[in-house]
Design a protein around this ligand. Structure first.
Ligand code: 2P0
Length: 325
């Protein structure tokens, strides 16, 4: 065993995942399609310890999701107690996919620290047990996640250099989301009258989204992604009790992005389980899109990002250097 540090980027879904077919194995009920946010990252360091300690963003925590995940991992591998230190350079638990980058970095760091010799596909499966969207953060660029029975496969559709898009993230709140994704998904499946329609629409949208990404067809992807976002939030609104993640600034940003597109700027919006708005655009207009979003009523700040690469091991022998493998 040796100490190991890994980092991973969060990802945002263009065709969304909301609902599981198997809660215990954390299997998504539908395929999803995402892109990786290269300028945001979670970094996680692993070392053996006398007793288990988990530190997230400088605070020692007891996290039931991480504990359950470690218990499952210990069913397959003989691991000592661990000290896990994880930090993100963006707000956690607010719909910016910190659990995706978190479990991706954690899986990679443990795999490296204990020489578990996991293939990328096996890493994706372990990350997915922690958080469905985490399987997508081990790859870079545009990533699909599909399941067959209880087994999932994450695959890269385009790498981070193949389509020069960028993302402006409008931060519209500084509070933590009211209902976590796992509980919210279960509630939607159990209470929304629209759940079956959502599954059907998402399976269709995934096939169309794959074609749009492969063809780098911005207009087609804009329509598919905005529709998937609105359909997911319609499902959330129809859940009992209602899952309302948007605030007034979220709606103001949707309006601003819609007006920009009418004015000929290639940009579309997507929103996850939180109030922040991600505006996906062609890279050469990201400064303009960010400036316009920063002037929208209720927007606190805007974070710009390019498309990111895969999760990586940080070479501990020279801090800051990233190994090539
Ligand atoms: C997504 N989200 O596709 C969707 C859109 C949020 C909204 O995947 O229960 O943290 O741990 O598998 O991966 C967030 O859910 O949920 C998510 P679990 P996860 O990105």
């Amino acid at each position: 065993m040796h100490a190991a540090t890994a980092y991973a980027h969060p990802n945002i879904a263009l065709v969304k995942y909301w609902g599981k077919s198997n809660d215990d194995l954390n299997v998504p009920a539908t395929p999803s399609l995402a892109l990786t946010l290269g300028d945001l990252r979670t970094t996680t360091r692993i070392e053996a310890a006398a007793s288990e300690v988990v530190v997230v963003d400088g605070h020692q925590v007891r996290d039931a999701k991480i504990e359950r995940w470690l218990e499952r991992l210990r069913g397959a591998f003989n691991l000592p107690p661990l000290r896990i230190e994880s930090s993100s350079d963006f707000p956690a638990n607010s719909g910016l996919a910190s659990s995706a980058s978190g479990f991706a970095a954690l899986t990679l760091a443990i795999s490296s620290a204990f020489d578990l010799d996991l293939s990328l596909q096996e890493q994706c499966e372990w990350a997915r047990f922690g958080s469905g969207s985490a399987a997508r953060s081990l790859h870079g660029g545009f990533v699909a996640l599909e399941s067959e029975g209880d087994v999932c496969r994450a695959s890269q559709i385009l790498d981070e250099n193949e389509w020069n898009l960028a993302i402006a993230v409008a931060i519209t709140s500084d509070s933590v989301k009211s209902t976590g994704s796992t509980a919210g998904m279960t509630a939607s499946r159990e209470t929304s009258p629209f759940y079956d329609g959502w599954l059907r629409a998402t399976i269709e949208a995934f096939d169309l989204g794959l074609v749009a990404v492969k063809n780098k067809d911005f207009d087609a992807l804009a329509k598919i992604a905005e529709a998937s976002c609105r359909q997911m939030h319609a499902l959330m609104l129809s859940t009992e009790p209602a899952l309302i993640y948007w605030n007034a600034a979220t709606l103001n940003c949707i309006d601003a992005v819609t007006r920009m597109r009418k004015d000929g700027i290639n940009v579309f919006y997507t929103i996850d389980a939180g109030s922040h708005v991600k505006a996906v655009c062609e890279a050469d207009v990201v400064t303009r899109v960010s400036e316009q979003l920063s002037r929208v009523d209720g927007v606190h700040s805007v974070i710009g990002s390019g498309i990111g690469g895969p999760a990586q091991i940080k070479d501990s022998s020279s801090p800051g250097k990233v190994s090539d493998d």
